[in-house]
Ligand binder design. Structure first.
Ligand SMILES: *Cc1c(COP(=O)(O)O)cnc(C)c1O
Length: 355
């Protein structure tokens, strides 16, 4: 089985081997040192400014999205939420549940987020912007430069869910004024799901300390305090944290730009090859993490199923109204151009094209 998904993704043999080992007890100096190193490496890869911190949560990405919103915002805030797909919609739902006032910038499928759209949605008294840098449900990569300038112009706290954009696309916290960056283990880190991180800028840390929260499990103040000595308030997903440390060492050694160039290479190779097939690629800017494929005849589901059944290949189906029209091919994890060739050959056979 080969996974061209966006999470969990095809994992590296090294990760699989490491995952099979007995876990250590974690309230130890050795484990603390691993956590402190992981935090430092993560901050470096994220281009975070001096004084930034990372909190490690045992939760899927949505847990970190909700925790970030609750720890940094409250009913006195007025948020602009970019809803261009199911993940943006999730941010909107989180705000709604927690009584945070918001304006929703809704994008129709196919629309590209623009500066004009952001400005048209701006209202007096706004305090923060919530955005999923790569709206993974459709693969649109929003322009961080436009978003960053907009937030600076209006003094908005910038909360970025970069769960699929991190490592795949350019995500630099300090350079783009990102206050809170949300990450998760099962995307470009190519690890098991279960660990998510929120990286907080000094400004976000101040907000967390000022605001406080009623939450117990997700109280960032506790994570920040225990994190100073490399610990977490509760038992974390120890095994995933160990594999994260190993991945981070590889990624830091390779270099952020090299990692991104390599994912981009796989994505561009696939896009070039798929352009010979009767499949459309939407016109909006794309994340290197994933290529959305649009099937105008509405046979997307059938192709997805045939790939799984007859070729042992899993690409990513799409939920909701687009389910018959849109499939997504992930480019993150342990994939090569040869894997792309295999997928293209299979798709040609299914579409009854000469190979
Ligand atoms: C995968 C992903 C998430 C996380 O979803 P979970 O199922 O909670 O892990 C959140 N945001 C984006 C943009 C994602 O790609």
């Amino acid at each position: 089985m080969k996974l061209f998904t966006v999470g969990p993704v095809e994992m590296y043999p090294e990760t699989l081997e490491e995952s099979a080992r007995q876990l250590p007890y974690f309230r130890t100096a050795e484990f603390s040192e691993i956590m402190l190193q992981s935090e430092r490496m993560l901050l470096e890869l994220a281009g975070a400014s001096q004084g930034s911190r990372a909190v490690f949560l045992t939760a899927s990405g949505t847990g970190a999205m909700e925790a970030a919103v609750i720890n940094c915002l409250d009913q006195t805030d007025f948020v602009l939420t970019v809803d261009g797909g199911s993940f943006g919609h999730r941010f909107a739902q989180i705000c709604q549940r927690h009584g945070i006032t918001q304006e929703i910038l809704h994008l129709e499928f196919g629309e590209t987020l623009s500066e004009q759209m952001l400005e048209a949605s701006y209202r007096d008294g706004m305090t923060a912007l919530l955005v999923n840098l790569d709206e993974t449900s459709i693969g649109q990569l929003y322009d961080i430069k436009i978003i960053s300038a907009f937030c600076k112009r209006h003094h908005l706290l910038l909360v970025v869910d970069a769960i699929s954009a991190f490592l795949s696309d350019e995500v630099l916290m300090d350079q783009y004024g990102i206050d809170i960056l949300i990450l998760s283990s099962q995307k470009a880190f190519a690890l098991a799901p279960g660990i998510s991180a929120a990286i907080l800028s000094p400004k976000a840390i101040e907000l967390v300390q000022q605001r406080g929260t009623d939450l117990m499990y997700f109280d960032f103040r506790e994570y920040l305090r225990d994190g100073e000595r490399g610990q977490t308030p509760f038992t974390p997903a120890v095994g995933i944290l160990l594999t994260l440390h190993t991945r981070l060492e590889r990624l830091v050694a390779a270099g952020r730009e090299q990692v991104r160039a390599s994912i981009r290479g796989i994505a561009l190779d696939f896009r070039k090859k798929v352009s010979a097939l009767p499949i459309e690629i939407p016109a909006y800017p794309l994340s290197n993490a994933v290529t959305p494929l649009y099937f105008p005849q509405g046979n997307a589901r059938k192709i997805y199923e045939s790939l799984r059944r007859d070729y042992d290949i899993t690409i990513t189906p799409t939920g909701g109204a687009l389910s018959d029209y849109l499939l997504r091919v992930g480019h993150i994890g342990n994939l090569t151009v040869e894997d792309n060739d295999r997928l293209i050959r299979a798709m040609k056979e299914i579409l009854e094209m000469p190979s």
